[in-house]
Structure formats: C-alpha cells, structure tokens
Design a protein. Structure first.
Length: 390
C-alpha cells in the first residue's frame, strides 16, 4: 500500500516521529569498528588455540595409551611396561615441544640457523643420554639384555627421539600456518570494514554537496523556500549523525529519510512530481544498511527528471518476499536526460558497497527503456537476527 504523504506525492504513509538522540558524529568511528573487528578475531583466535591444545592433548593421550597397551602386553612384568611407556612418552614430549616451542622460535625463526642446528644437536644428545641413564637405572634391572649401556640401546633412543624432534618441527610449521591464516582473515576483515566505511563516508559529502547547491541556487534567486530547505536539511543531518554510522537501521528509518528528501526536492520543482511508492510484505522488522535505497531516488533527481517539465513521474516498489528484499524504481526521462544515469557516482558507489555487504548474494540492474529509466535491486534480509553495532 502507499506510504508517503507529501505535497504533490500520490501516496498516504503517515510519518513515524522518532526521538533521535543528539550524539555527535565521532571522527573515531572507524577506529571503533576496527577495534570491534580485532576483538572479534582475537576471540576466534583464542577459540582456535583452545581447539589446537585439546587436539594435541587428545593425540598424546591416545599415543600414551597405545604405547602402554603395547609395552604391558609385550613384557610379562606390568610395572616394567608401565615405566617403559611413561619414560618414553615424557622424553618424546620434551623432544617435540623443546623444538616446537623453544628452539625454532628462539633461533631458527630469528635467522640464527647455524646456532639452531648446533643447539639442537646438543639438546638431542642431552635427551638421549639422560633417557639412556634413566632406563639403565630403572629398567635395566628388569630387562638386562636391552637396557644396558649398549649400541642397540643408544641407537633406539636416538632414532625415536629424533623422530619426536622432527614431529615438533612439523607441529611448529602447522601452528605457524594456522596463525598466518588467522592473520590473513583479520587483515581481510579490516580491509572490508575500512572499504565499506570509506564508501559510506563518500555518500554523505556527495549527497550534502548536491543539497547545498540546491539551497545556494534558491538563496541567489531570493526564493522563500530557502529557509524551508534549510529546515529539511537539518532533519536529514540528524539521520547522518544518528543512523548513518550504524551497520544496520530499520527499513522504516530509511523510508522516512527518503520522504524528507522527496519533500526537499519537491520545493525545487516547478511542477509537482507524481510519485507512487508501494510497499508490500512484512517490513517492520527488517533492517538494512543505511543509504542503501537512497541512491536510486537521488539519481532520479540528479540525472532523470526534468524540473521544468510537467509530466515527471517516479514509481517505486518495495517487496519483502521469501527472505529477499526487492526494490524497483522507475522514472520518466525527457530528451537526452538519463543518457549517463546508470554510470553516475551514486550507483557506482552503491554497487561497490553491495559487493562488500552481500558478495555474490545481490542483484542490481539499471537500464533505459523507451522514455523511462528502470533501476532494480535484490538483497537478502533476515528480520530477526540482523546484528546492529551502532
């Protein structure tokens, strides 16, 4: 049903008066957005680290249990098998995490390659001889053949600890790779947020520049409508200050802003603009990014209608259906008017914003058909779970 009620506008939507807070537009808004993204990604990073720790604990627990199962069944003495498996697992842990958490970060990562290999050799040798000594003292009385100070004992401990040491290197490579993925994700999120806010910030000066030009023209001609336009401009400024910085706003707020803009533009028209705007579906709970519907309307006045002609028409349809918002604006064209409407700054900026907000999930088209210009947009929406960090 129609929802606008303005002079020269064929519709009947009563305005919802809202008490807008008078907060100032903070120049640090981009910083706040970036901080929010950092906090969000830090939470995700901590969750990822918790998962990695749990997986490692689970892996070593399974390894320890399997080793105990092997050693306790291999030897007739259960205590022998338990001590054998426990000593081996402790030294495997020291070899793996000594390399992953100490040697690689302290030496190899800092470019001290020679020192890394030198300290690694000493570290592995210390582990081998310490393990041999413990096994000689504790296990040799139980198994005199293998755990004596022999080459067989030495080579076995050396090979198994070297494998554990190499496993530590693989673990460090994996951790570094996952950390790089997280950093890349964080950088991409920061870049998207920065680009999105930059595009949003570009909309405001562009819009205000056009409006101030209109007021300047009226003032030069001594028009009595200039004070009215200034009053309307103040209403629009409240939108920029209170609602524009938010990620999402109620659809009704965007429609109210469009209504104020139409009233502002009507003052400049020599003849009333015939406007018919229809809204279908349940839209009261829908939220959308600010200034998303406005570029279609603004482009109509900037490139489409002829303010000196009588038969200017603007038709808009807004339909909420099956989780998608369908938006269509049709306006009349006169002569060569509208020849470059589809290439205007407003539509170009809007497409860039949509590519960041709804990558691969939106449809936008703009075309000239006979004496009309048609602009269409489809975006997904969720009326219940849309976030709002404003």
């Amino acid at each position: 049903m129609p929802f606008f009620s303005t002079v020269g506008v064929q519709a009947g939507w009563s305005k919802n008066h809202r008490h807008l807070s008078k907060k100032a537009l903070q120049p640090s808004f981009l910083c706040e957005i970036a901080d929010a993204i950092i906090i969000m990604n830090w939470s995700q990073l901590r969750a990822g680290k918790t998962t990695l720790v749990f997986m490692q604990v689970l892996l070593w627990s399974v390894f320890y249990l399997l080793l105990l199962l092997y050693t306790t069944h291999k030897w007739t003495n259960t205590w022998f098998g338990l001590l054998n498996g426990t000593i081996a697992t402790v030294f495997y842990l020291l070899a793996a995490y000594g390399n992953a958490s100490w040697l690689i970060p302290s030496f190899l990562k800092r470019g001290k390659t020679f020192l890394y290999f030198t300290v690694s050799i000493v570290f592995i040798a210390a582990l081998v001889f310490t393990r041999m000594y413990l096994e000689y003292v504790i296990l040799q009385p139980l198994h005199k053949t293998f755990y004596g100070l022999s080459w067989a004992h030495f080579s076995f401990d050396c090979i198994t600890l070297l494998l554990a040491f190499l496993f530590g290197a693989l673990l460090r490579v994996t951790l570094n790779y996952l950390a790089l993925l997280k950093q890349k994700e964080e950088l991409v999120s920061r870049q998207v947020a920065s680009e999105l806010n930059l595009l949003k910030a570009q909309v405001q000066p562009h819009f205000l520049f056009n409006t101030l030009n209109n007021i300047y023209s009226l003032s030069q001609s001594g028009s009595p409508h200039a004070p009215v336009m200034i009053a309307k401009l103040s209403d629009l400024m409240r939108y920029f200050i209170d609602d524009s910085p938010k990620d999402k706003i109620p659809l009704s707020t965007e429609l109210e802003f469009i209504e104020n803009y139409l009233e502002l533009e009507q003052i400049r028209m020599l003849h009333p603009l015939h406007v018919d705007i229809q809204v279908d579906g349940e839209v009261k709970d829908i939220k959308i990014p600010p200034m998303l519907l406005m570029p279609f309307i603004e482009n109509v006045f900037k490139h489409g209608v002829d303010k000196t002609e009588q038969n200017n028409v603007l038709e808009a349809n807004l339909v909420a259906r099956d989780g998608r918002l369908l938006y269509k604006v049709v306006n009349s064209l006169h002569g060569e008017n509208g020849s470059c409407i589809s290439k205007g700054f407003g539509l170009t900026n809007l497409r860039k914003r949509l590519e960041l907000l709804y990558p691969g999930r939106f449809e936008m088209s703009a075309r000239r058909q006979d004496h009309h210009f048609i602009a269409e947009l489809q975006i997904p929406y969720d009326a219940h779970t849309l976030p709002d960090r404003g």
